[in-house]
Every structure is written in structure tokens, then in C-alpha cells.
Design a protein around this ligand. Structure first.
Ligand SMILES: Cc1ncc(COP(=O)(O)O)c(C=O)c1O
Length: 390
């Protein structure tokens, strides 16, 4: 049996007729432009989140979504932004690209999420914002994070790239902050064939600035008109120096097609997670994801902890048996070569470092069968039984 970390074929089979129809529309429409499907997708996303129309802005990637959200909220040179060291590199690089500086704070061992108790110590007179990451799709403790941040006059910008569909206290991830950003990269919870992202805010002024910056800095009220209307216009109005960060038209069409399945596919991920938990609960040496309580996990990843000394051998055994695993995101950000100059050596963030040595992401995706989950469980058990030889 071959089980990739994420297998998209099942969902592609499910939507292929709808996709074919949408591609035919693109091919047959003389006025199809890069925003044709974004114009349909964005109101759908705004309605899903219950934000004002115009406040869900599709962009080129999660990385550009974060960059634009920070810029639109006025983050720039001289500012500091607090985030976590166990995220993907773009979480910190997007902060740096605005000219601001990131400051790292450790996470809670049980959830892999920003530890609210450590925010205070990371605040300096230059701190402007906090970027919690809903790691692996589990919502961070947004109640405390938002309370703490807002009490200190800090903005909250959620990294919800892994958490589309997650909820904390009945409120969707992405609605807790002053803004949030999501990713539509192919192997995220909901993805295109290639990159995509979303900025979410409740604030129409912030949304306007994001729109302005994603579309070259041209006045969005002209820039976002259908192409034939734009061409009829007497020129454009360049009111800022922006970027070309619009969502690619094909990806908008793909995400639009898949979006109605978001909830159902989330339920399937949940069922995979539950089956893993039931199958692995009595395997000594395996730590399962902590219970989620009343919150809703998006299960972008199913991440267990295994003894660090055995991890390579376990991965090797699983790979030999056709099961792909991953150790995302390791090594932690502060130990990556690009940040060596910061002098944040080993021991700087002990919880994140311990997690990075132990974590193991197992395959999870909608369409993963019970047989496939059971097979991964069986091979993991075997790996532990071979323990002495490993
Ligand atoms: C936690 C996290 N933040 C940000 C990003 C950036 O998203 P994208 O790949 O869409 O640019 C990623 C994705 O890979 C991620 O995993």
C-alpha cells in the first residue's frame, strides 16, 4: 500500500466535472480575466466568515496574505511582532519583509500553540502585534491571547494558514484577530492546484488597503472592475506603490469549486483523526494530540510525538512500507541557517525544541480510507515492536 502524506486524487475525482465546466467557461468567455472567479469566491468567503462584503480578499499565497495584512495594519520598520518558533519560515520572513522585526515566544507543549503566559515577557516598547499560529489546524487559545494583546494595545493577526474551518469557543479561527491570513496551497485544508491565499478582516479600511496593495497600488474601484469595463475607463488611478499579489485565476476557480465541500471534508479529516486516536491509544511511547474539547480542529496535520531516539527508524520503517511521514516544522525557526546571526542557539525555546525532536506527522486527507488509516496504525505498531532492533 502506498500512502502519501496528502493524496489529492480523491477530491480531484469528486470535482473534476465541475472543474471541467468552469475551465470551459474560462476558455469560452472573451472577458474572462484574473479576477473572474475571485469575484465569485470572495463574497462566498465573506459570507462564510460573516465579515462585511469586501473584507475577504484573495491573494497569491499565504505568505503574501500575511505580508499584506501586516502592511495594511501599518506594521513596518521599527516595529516588533511576536510570533512562535515552530511555524513555517514564511511566518517570520513576512514580518521581516515589512521592515519590522520578529520576536519569538515559546509554545504550550500540549497544543504546539503560542503560550499566552509567555507573551508578556516578549513585549518591548516597540511591539505592535502578535501573530499566533493555529498549529496543524488546532486553534490557539485566542480568548487569552486577544485579551492580553488588546490590553497592551497590540494588534492580533492570526496565522490561520492551517486552520480553515477550525473554531475556538464556537467562533471560527480567523475571526479572533484584527486580521487573519489563510493559505490555499494545494496541500492545505482547501487548496488550488498551485498557490493561493486569503486575508480576512472585519475592517473595511484594512480591506481596502489590502486590495490596493495586491493590485499594483491601482485604485481598487477601477482595478477590480471586469476587464471590458476597465478597458473602457479613461486610464487608471495609481494611488500607491503596490504589488501584483492577486490570486491566480485558475486557482480561484479551483478553490471556488472545492469550497462547498469544506465542511464535509473537515468531517472526514475528523473521522481519520478519531480512528488514529483509537488505534494508537495503547501504543507505548506514542503521545496523541491533546483532546480538543469544545473547539474544532481543522486537522490539516495529524501530529503525534514519538521518542526522539527512535523517530528516524520509525520513519524509515513506515517509508519502507509505503507510508510517507513528515517532521514539519523542524528544525525550529530560530535554529534555521537564515537566522543563525540572531544568536538564538539551542535551549532558547525549550518546548519548541523538544517538540521538534519528537513530532511525527502522519498521512491525513479527506478520502483517506479506514483501511489506509488502519494500515498506518499497524505499521506504526510494528515499528514499535521492532523497537529493540530499531
Ligand atoms: C504555518 C504557515 N504559515 C504560513 C505559510 C505560508 O503559506 P503559503 O505557502 O500559502 O505561502 C505556511 C505554508 O506553507 C504555513 O504552514
Amino acid at each position: 500500500m502506498q500512502i502519501p502524506l496528502v493524496d489529492l486524487r480523491w477530491q480531484h475525482r469528486l470535482v473534476q466535472d465541475e472543474l471541467n465546466a468552469i475551465f470551459q467557461r474560462i476558455l469560452a468567455d472573451p472577458y474572462a480575466d484574473d479576477l473572474t472567479y475571485a469575484r465569485e469566491l470572495e463574497p462566498m468567503l465573506a459570507a462564510y466568515f460573516g465579515v462585511p462584503e469586501g473584507c475577504a480578499i484573495t491573494v497569491q499565497s499565504g505568505t503574501s496574505a500575511q505580508f499584506l495584512a501586516l502592511k495594511a495594519l501599518g506594521i513596518g520598520p521599527g516595529d516588533e511582532v511576536i510570533t512562535v518558533p515552530n511555524s513555517d519560515l514564511p511566518t517570520t520572513s513576512s514580518i521581516s519583509h515589512t521592515g519590522a522585526t520578529f520576536r519569538l515566544a515559546d509554545v504550550e507543549a500540549a497544543t504546539h500553540n503560542l503560550d499566552p503566559a509567555l507573551i508578556e515577557a516578549a513585549i518591548t516598547p516597540s511591539t505592535r502585534a502578535v501573530v499566533p499560529v493555529h498549529m496543524f489546524g488546532r486553534p490557539a487559545d485566542m480568548t487569552r491571547i486577544r485579551e492580553l494583546a488588546h490590553a497592551r494595545g497590540l494588534l492580533v493577526i492570526e496565522d490561520a494558514t492551517l486552520a480553515l474551518g477550525a473554531e475556538h469557543r464556537g467562533v471560527k479561527a480567523g475571526l479572533w484577530g484584527d486580521a487573519a491570513f489563510f493559505s490555499f496551497a494545494p496541500r492545505k485544508v482547501l487548496g488550488g492546484f498551485s498557490n493561493g491565499g486569503l486575508v480576512l478582516t472585519r475592517d473595511p479600511d484594512v480591506a481596502h488597503r489590502v486590495r490596493l496593495l495586491r493590485g499594483y497600488g491601482q485604485d481598487p474601484s477601477i482595478m477590480e472592475k471586469p476587464i471590458h469595463e476597465r478597458h473602457q475607463q479613461n486610464g487608471m488611478a495609481g494611488i500607491a506603490e503596490g504589488y501584483n499579489f492577486k490570486l491566480d485565476g485558475i486557482q480561484a476557480a479551483v478553490v471556488l469549486t472545492k469550497f462547498p465541500y469544506l465542511h464535509a471534508w473537515g468531517e472526514l479529516r475528523q473521522a481519520v483523526a478519531e480512528r488514529y486516536a483509537a488505534g494508537l491509544i495503547d501504543v507505548p511511547g506514542v503521545t496523541l494530540p491533546a483532546p480538543i474539547g469544545e473547539d474544532r480542529h481543522a486537522w490539516r496535520n495529524y501530529v503525534i510525538l514519538v521518542p526522539p531516539a527512535k523517530r528516524d527508524a520509525i520513519r524509515h520503517y513506515l517509508a519502507q512500507n509505503g507510508v510517507t511521514t513528515s517532521v514539519m516544522y523542524a528544525p525550529p525557526i530560530h535554529l534555521q541557517p537564515v537566522y543563525r546571526h540572531l544568536g538564538l542557539g539551542e535551549g532558547s525555546f525549550p518546548v519548541v525544541e523538544a517538540l521538534a525532536d519528537s513530532l511525527l506527522a502522519l498521512p491525513i486527507y479527506p478520502g483517506m480510507t479506514e483501511e489506509q488509516v488502519d494500515y498506518v496504525v499497524e505499521k506504526l505498531r510494528e515499528a514499535f515492536l521492532l523497537d529493540t532492533k530499531l
